[in-house]
Design a protein around this ligand. Sequence first.
Ligand code: PLI
Length: 458
Amino acid sequence: MKHKKSWAEPYRIKMVELLKMTSEKDRKKAIKEAGYNTFLLKAEDVYIDLLTDSGTNAMSDMQWSALMTGDEAYAGSKSFYNMEKAIQKYYGYKYIIPTHQGRGAENILSKILIKPGDIVPGNMYFTTTRLHQELAGGTFADIIIDEAHDPKNLHPFKGNVDLDKLDALVKKHGSKKIPYISIATNVNMAGGQPISMANLKELRAYTQKHGIRIIHDMTRVAENAYFIQQREEEYKNKSVMEIVKEICSLTDGATMSAKKDALVNIGGFMATNEWDVYEEARNMVVVYEGLHTYGGLAGRDMEAIAVGIKESLDDNHQHARVGQVEYLGHKMMEFNVPIVLPIGGHGIFVDAKEFLPHLTQDQFPSQSLAAEVYIDSGVRTMERGIVSAGRKADGTNYYPKLELVRFTMPRRVYTQAHMDVIAESIANVYDRRHKIKGLKMVYEPKYLRFFQARFEKL
Ligand code: PLI
């Protein structure tokens, strides 16, 4: 008999970071002081930190060695050219502008391409991306397929674009009002769901016909490529590296938060294939980020990104990365915890609407559930529901269909035993779900409120 092959990690542990263990009494006090917002907890009071996969990656020995070779020249640093070369080689974009992280790139790109009154269609919103589009005078329009808004729908590519929705927008506003389509690979807010190559190719054909750019939010492009390899027949014998390059070739430019797939703790960039856009971005980056050969990064950061990009495209790395997330998801399902399906790339998204049906969306079920999980075990997660969605330009709340708590997996950080502890914790909370109360918001900041809002128990 042949036994199944597991997803074990293609690395071993060389150094460890010790964690503080806390009591339930400590955690009840800490979360109350944090206004029931997991962003306002002190990290040292957290046992397993699943707040985000952003900047929380463990770097490899090769990345740590590369740090030592960082060239800290203000201008023309060798490290910039190393990073530029890696981006050109593995992603294929022509012109590169480094930025301190993803939103720095979004700011510059939005300011250059969007005019007041423009429409920016995209495959579901992301918080910072949409805000920069709005601050530049644009209006985001969601053109993701309907299946993406249904946590139980098993569509293998819930990141796909609905071309009829796009066509309706083009007919209504005209293609001149649409500076670009914003395409995220592995859609974060939908639960880490991929877009298929077939859909991207169809979109490419459509946008070429109408003279509209595709701008690629490539924050989790390697995870998306892995799903294409696993789920699209035509790509089953292609490597993640080849698939990533092909995805990028179907787009005109990109913004990237290197803090996710590129396996570093800080960094990002904007990329474009258009000289005019590059020229303007190269000029603008000195106002907001730093010179065009460092963009807010140290030389050592750029060296680590150059190495991280290559490591992220290894098939075995992605197999273990997604394998770990799937392991956690299956454990939670064994305990009947409702999660977004199919299991996504960068974390497990628990469906708070189904978990806490006795709470209305205005009682912040995901926020409340994230606080309860922290109290139970010291596991820190993040609200991805009505608080994250924020308010429209007219001041009314967005009411997103998905009301989720994200258990986000840092790359190469936690072990399988940690996964067991996490699943057991959410199972405990599930058993006492009927007793969980909602929250009221007592402080709301103007921008990206989920980061700093404060709550009290109802
Ligand atoms: O956090 P930044 O500024 O490096 O990147 C912004 C950003 C852009 N696009 C997408 C899809 C993201 O997921 C993203 C950042 N995400 C965070 C911080 C997260 O916790 O998911």
